[in-house]
Design a protein around this ligand. Structure first.
Ligand code: MN
Length: 239
């Protein structure tokens, strides 16, 4: 049997050899492989007009983490810490989310991926949590901390997809983000929150599989609850 094809979005980077790289941190690929899926790339530069056909040929998609989304996409406040904006990546991924929803194709958004889901579907972001959210915990445990550092717990709402997948919270997670959801998209349900109230997971109700998490489960795969997220995506993609 051919394993479910899971498209992974890509990041762009200039290497120290002056080469332009489209990359996917290996942890995402390993998490998909471990779950029985076959990871394939959705490169920045892929024509938006061809996305519907690509989506048709994929069984599922993961929107990976990365830099910030251009604040103009959600009327966000300018902030000096906004960084790593890749306009063509934003364009591609925002279109991708809308098409995935339309096609009811299983997908998972991780970190930036959750933020892309929210913005694509009409929500907004704090462009810097520590500057804009009152009584916020520290969420930006990077770059000088191990990426699997367990920074804070999340509470998981009962009877949600995430609750069923993980077996319920509280779940200790890593936290490698300085932005987060401010106004939630009317199409999404918040299904996990940090102790400061920040939304840490969202779901698309009634979809085959539409889940976003603000943390990085691919770095926490030795925890069964986190690897189960990839397992659930691949299962939905294969169904
Ligand atoms: Mn966090």
């Amino acid at each position: 049997m051919i394993p479910p094809l899971i498209g992974l979005t890509t990041d762009r980077e200039i290497s120290n050899r002056q080469t332009r790289l489209l990359n996917v941190p290996e942890e995402y690929s390993q998490a998909v492989l471990r779950a029985g899926g076959a990871p394939v790339l959705i490169p920045i530069g892929f024509r938006s007009a061809d996305l519907p056909e690509l989506i048709d040929r994929l069984d599922g998609v993961i929107l990976i983490g990365g830099g910030d989304i251009g604040p103009q996409h959600f009327h966000g406040q300018p902030h000096p810490r906004v960084g790593g904006v890749e306009p063509d990546r934003d364009e591609l991924e925002l279109t991708l989310v809308r098409l995935l929803v339309e096609a009811d194709k299983p997908f998972l958004g991780i970190c930036r991926g959750l933020q892309v889901m929210n913005v694509a579907l009409g929500g907004t972001l704090f462009t810097d949590i520590s500057a804009q959210k009152e009584h916020a915990l520290r969420h930006d445990w990077y770059p000088n901390h191990p990426r699997d550092y367990l920074a804070h717990p999340v509470d998981i709402a009962a009877q949600t997809r995430l609750d069923k997948i993980t077996g319920g919270g509280p779940l200790l997670v890593n936290s490698l983000h300085h932005q987060g959801i401010d106004v939630l998209s009317p199409h999404l349900t918040a299904t996990a929150a940090a102790p400061d109230g920040l939304i840490e997971a969202v779901e698309l109700p009634n979809a085959r599989f539409g889940l976003g998490v603000q943390w990085h489960p691919e770095w926490l795969w030795t925890s069964p609850a986190n690897q189960a997220i990839f397992q659930a995506l691949v299962e939905a993609a294969g169904g």
